[in-house]
Design a protein around this ligand. Sequence first.
Ligand SMILES: O=C(O)[C@H](O)CO
Length: 325
Amino acid sequence: MSSSKPSVYITRRVPESGPALLAPSCQVEQWNKDDPVPREELLKRVQGKDALFCLLTEKIDEEVLKAAGPQLKVVGTMSVGYDHIDLTACKKYNVKVGFTPGVLTNAVAELTMALLLTTSRRLKEAMAAVANGTWGTWKPMWLCGPGLDGATVGIVGLGRIGFTIAQCLRPFGVAKILYSDKFENPHASEVGATYVSKDELLANSDFVLATCALTEETKGMFNKDLFKKMKKSAIFINTSRGGVVNQEDLYEALKSGEIGAAGLDVTTPEPLPTDSPLLTLDNCVVLPHIASATDKTRSAMSELTAKNILAALNGTEMPTEVKND
Ligand SMILES: O=C(O)[C@H](O)CO
């Protein structure tokens, strides 16, 4: 680094451990609030900065890169997903991109398991019954659900997170884990996962989990055609991005009984408006994008983002750089 300290703009209040790593060697400016920085403010504040520390809520496109100026060296996003960053524009402006894979894998797998259990064991309806007084006597046929024991689970996208979910599933006694992806995962056999076509996965799975990245190919992929191919009892879980689902089609599939239930940690848009039809359904559980929300994970994400930025500013290898060739 040159003698004058490089400047970094942080777009949100984030766990302090990340900014603390930057502070000794950088001039740090921060939008120190819990709500996103307004676009105009971002475009103003990023001017002249050497690095941008952002979140998945900020669209980082050519306009932002241009506003920053030619000295901008790196965009570090505090997320594993980077669908909010225009990689083509970053390449054009010679800006490196850092992200935070690995450190949030366990937390996201854990929350995916929570959604699986909440939907299959009908916890939303059960908790409502306790609260609203419709809990009568113990009834043998009441609030029964499919359970994981002996089930076939289909994972669409067996990357780090999908793989860890497969590990978590095994002690629950699932019979089969199927996965579909662009390529076979060479470690799949370690978790007993079998590579199949998407159609085979959809036709045979009791649970279908979306753990793929949002790309041009996966955008809106879970639509009425795919829901039709699932079992009528299938439970669909999404902890990737809301954009992989056609939400109108999902609503129809849940309402009409085309599929059994859904558990979503991600939606389009976020926050999901409170008048969304999805929220009227007993068989749909919606969470506010909290899969990585453990104290430890969010601190680790903040630190890794800072380390990516420092490495890029120092001209050393970034711990987790998005390959942008
Ligand atoms: O992309 C991510 O990192 C998650 O969606 C939020 O932690």
